[in-house]
Design a protein around this ligand. Structure first.
Ligand code: FCB
Length: 481
């Protein structure tokens, strides 16, 4: 993996640094299916999706894209697009299906074999695997004993990371410990719109810390088991902007920045929790679940930081004169926004272009976030581990999916990445979300993020126009202006 960041000048295209990784990303529960095969036991997402009323249309990941059986076909598609890297996640309940809060339990050889075969298939096609260890599918047995609100989940996660690193580390140059712990903690335990669907603010903040700790423990385990692999974490950092110049709006932005960004960035990059966040949330918890030495584990050096960016987060101080707006950049006015200690904060409705998720489109946030982190931690390699857009794609009679909105979204966001590189941010790769249309969590199959269309009745894959666009970008290592 190169760390060269000098982009060559060109007039009709933004050219990326040589060796820049061009990838796509997926997650196990969203694509694999085969939920009860290969020795896998249920995760919290199996339970959640099978609970009536939780997922739109009652959709579940039971079959999804059937990638578990079709991974060879999917790797062939990646090769056709010219991808140089592929980011996927490992399903913990395939690896140690008998895990309990107190013991990891035996390793399931069938589970390990699946990912080992996938890695071999990628390498055979010249595609570099980037492996996420945890993308939200916690073994249900761990949730039954407290889930992320319980410290033992973090301890087991570290042990699980060691198993995966031992099995795949010889062939995997980059492990990403966690995907978007913000979602796991707040959507899972505060607003309850993700699995396990709990609405307990104190548990959500305990989950924040235990996820940070799980990252640290997993990072240490990977270092030992596979010293040549790089270690990263992926955060969905928010580009938080106060709507107006008032002090009240600025304070709202500070609090949202604290809970979404700094409560992860500070312990991971700087070895301490932000004092203002601890003070703001003092009514919810005393944070006594942080034990001496924890932040040292959490802040062990990182090789890279993954950033997922989709949409800006605009905040406004709410004065009770009108109904609260809750368009928070993470879906429609999600039934309950997960913002703890932010009762007086609202997320005003945005006008202007939006994707099918109702998420505002503003590529400036991509540049701003990359530059922010580059300034905050000089020299830390950065990767865009997710970026993309849902659109209500339709297949024409000619069998073509003309997804112009997605092409423009990708083009402008790639330009924004290029701008960050020019401003000095050491960005080494970009992963489009997603390779395939897939199970979009609480939204089910109705939201299509893929650059490849999936017909869920037949499992036929069709390259959308955006896939051809992306293939051209990869081929030229450049984005048309
Ligand atoms: C991110 C998730 C990913 C996908 C995209 C749209 O928050 O990491 O699994 O759902 O959003």
């Amino acid at each position: 993996m190169t760390t060269t960041t000098q982009a060559a000048p060109s007039t009709d295209a933004w050219t990326f640094p040589p060796g820049f990784l061009w990838g796509s990303a997926t997650a196990a529960y969203q694509i694999e299916g085969a939920a009860a095969e290969g020795g896998r036991t249920p995760s919290i997402w199996d339970t959640y999706s099978h609970t009536p009323g939780r997922v739109v249309n009652g959709d579940t990941g039971d079959v999804a894209d059937d990638h578990y059986h079709r991974y060879r076909e999917d790797v062939a598609l990646m090769a056709r697009l010219g991808l140089t890297s592929y980011r996927f996640s490992v399903s913990w309940p395939r690896i140690t299906p008998q895990v309990t809060a107190d013991a990891l339990g035996p390793v399931n050889p069938e589970g390990v074999q699946f990912y080992s075969d996938l890695v071999d298939e990628l390498l055979a096609h010249g595609i570099t695997p980037s492996v996420t260890l945890y993308h939200w599918d916690l073994p249900q047995a761990l949730e039954d004993e407290g889930g992320w609100a319980d410290r033992r989940t973090a301890e087991r996660c570290g042990e699980y990371a060691r198993v995966v690193a031992e099995a795949l580390g010889d062939r995997v140059p980059l492990f990403i410990t966690l995907n978007e712990p913000w979602c796991s903690a707040y959507l899972g335990y505060a607003s309850g719109v993700h699995a396990p669907g709990r609405t307990e603010d104190a548990a959500a903040l305990a989950a924040v810390h235990h996820l940070n700790l799980a990252h640290g423990l997993a990072a240490a385990a990977i270092r030992e088991a596979s010293p040549s692999s790089k270690v990263a974490i992926t955060l969905n950092l928010a580009w938080v902007r106060p709507e107006a110049g008032s002090e009240a709006d600025a304070d709202a932005a500070r609090r949202v920045d604290g809970l979404q960004n700094r409560v992860f960035l500070d312990p991971i990059l700087h070895g301490s929790y932000p004092a203002d966040v601890l003070a703001d949330t003092a009514d919810v918890t005393d944070w006594s679940f942080i034990r001496p030495g924890d932040v040292d584990v959490i802040s062990a050096p990182l090789d890279a930081l993954g950033i997922n960016y989709y949409s800006p987060t605009i905040v406004r101080h709410w004065t009770r004169e009108r109904p609260k707006e809750t368009a928070d950049g993470h879906g429609d006015a999600e039934a309950a926004t997960p913002w703890i200690a932010c009762d007086d904060v609202e997320f005003p409705t945005q006008y202007g272009p939006k994707t099918d998720m109702g998420w505002s489109i503003d590529p400036r946030g991509m540049t701003e976030l990359l530059v922010r982190v580059a300034r905050e931690k000089p020299g830390l390699e950065l990767m865009v581990t997710e970026n993309g857009a849902a659109y209500p794609d339709v297949m024409g009679e000619d069998g073509r999916v003309a997804d112009l909105g997605r092409i423009e979204y990708l083009r402008t966001h790639l330009a924004a990445v290029h701008q960050a590189i020019e401003a000095g941010a050491p960005v080494t790769g970009y992963y489009v979300w997603s390779l395939l249309d897939n199970f979009e969590w609480a939204w089910g199959y109705g939201k299509r993020f893929g650059i490849v269309h999936v017909d869920y009745d037949t499992q036929v894959r069709t390259l959308k126009d955006s896939a051809f666009f992306y293939a051209d970008v990869i081929k030229g290592n450049a984005v048309p202006r």
